[in-house]
Design a protein around this ligand. Sequence first.
Ligand SMILES: C[S@@+](CC[C@H](N)C(=O)[O-])C[C@H]1O[C@@H](n2cnc3c(N)ncnc32)[C@H](O)[C@@H]1O
Length: 228
Amino acid sequence: MTQPTDIRRALALRLLDGYCCQGGAGKGYHDAGFEVTGVDKDPQTRYPLAFHQGDAIEFIREFGAGFDFIHVSPPCQHDSDCQRIQGNTHPDLIAPTRNALNATGRPWTMENVRGAAAKLQSPVVLCGTMFGLKTYRHRYFETGGGFTLTQPEHPAHTAPQAKMGRPVPAGYFGQYVGNFSGVQQARNILEVPWMNRDGIRECVPPAYTRYIGRVAQAHLRPALGVTA
Ligand SMILES: C[S@@+](CC[C@H](N)C(=O)[O-])C[C@H]1O[C@@H](n2cnc3c(N)ncnc32)[C@H](O)[C@@H]1O
C-alpha cells in the first residue's frame, strides 16, 4: 500500500545523488538519514544504495523536483591537474548542471575539486582534518535552492603529505589519486570499504556528506513540518 506523502516524509527525506559513481557522497547522506537514489551514466555495481543508470541532467530535469534535496558531483576530469597534464578533454558539465538544479526549485549542493573551484559560486571547502580523517582531500561545495552551508573552521595541515599516488610513509597523509598504491589503506582512511581503486580516486569521503546531510536535515525538516 502506498503511504501518504507526509508519513513517508516522517520516515525519510528523499535525496538524489547525481553523478554518483561508487557512492562516497551517497553513503554519507544515507548515514545522515536520507533515502538516497544514485544516478550515473555508467553501471555502478558497487553503488550501495538504490541506483538508476542514465544521464544526470536529464534525470534532474525529469525527476529532480520530486526529491527533497539534490547532491551532484559532475565529473572533475575536465578540471583535475592530472588530466590536464595528460591532455585529456572532457565536457564541462558544471553550468548546465546548475541550470537543471535551479529549474527544480529544490535545495541542492554541487561538489567539485580545487581545479574547478573558480567555476563554483561561493563554495565551502571541506577537508579530512575537519572530520578526524588522515587525509586532506579538499572538496568544494556550492549550494543553491535556498540551502546554505557555513564554512567550518579549517584545522592547520600539520602532517606531511605523501606524493600523489605514492605509498604513504608512517606519519604522512596519503593522496589517493591516479593509479595509486594502497587500496586497502585508502578504504580504511576514507571509510569506503566497498570501493575499488576507480571509485576511491573519485570519491567524496562519506564523512563530508554526513556533515552536509545533517545540516540539510535541519534545514528541511522544519520547512516540511516534520520532526526527526
Ligand atoms: C567524480 S565522480 C562522482 C563521485 C561520487 N560523488 C562519490 O562521492 O563517490 C563522477 C561520475 O560522473 C559520472 N558521469 C559522467 N558524466 C555523466 C553524465 N552525463 N550523467 C551521469 N553520470 C555521469 C561518471 O561516470 C562518474 O562516475
